[in-house]
Design a protein around this ligand. Sequence first.
Ligand SMILES: [Zn+2]
Length: 194
Amino acid sequence: MLYEVKKAKQMYRAASDNSLLRIANDSFSSLRPEIIPVLISELKKRNIGEVIINKYESHYDLLDEACVKEWMDKIRGSVCPDCNKKGLGLLCYNGRTTSSYLIKSVYLNRTFISCTYCRSEKLRSLNLDTFLLGWWSFFGFFTTIYSIVQNLINSILPSHKEQENMYRYVVYHHSQLVDHEDQITEYLDLNNKA
Ligand SMILES: [Zn+2]
């Protein structure tokens, strides 16, 4: 379970009925997708907020922990979208690039899924791009160093951090994953290149 989800569970449990309802109403379009099911389950447990619960349920794709876990396992067991090998246990990680244009420096932070071997290759190639394109502005100098260090950190990510990445990936892409259930590798590949 994500650290934020655990924290939200504790906070909502400690809140009064009124503040819980206020949070549900005021945060309808700003709550993060992984937090919404926590709020809804607390409201249901107290038997309050039927109207706002219906609103959330008709608007959002609400996943329980078991469903997220099932999708995490399904992705891990898929064929790697980069090397097309199966059974390597896919990982979810972030990668950054920095490019500089005249005085501006632009950075991109993206999420990828692949096997361990392809992760090293991917992060190395992002660092090479950053190294070639990132230095040429004043701020670029600093963001280039930042990007390169982040990619190095991402290449040796501890397992619990990787689990959190995969958890978020499932929550944020669930409806598309369901639509592409028979072509998961193709979907992961498309997303890696997006
Ligand atoms: Zn691979």
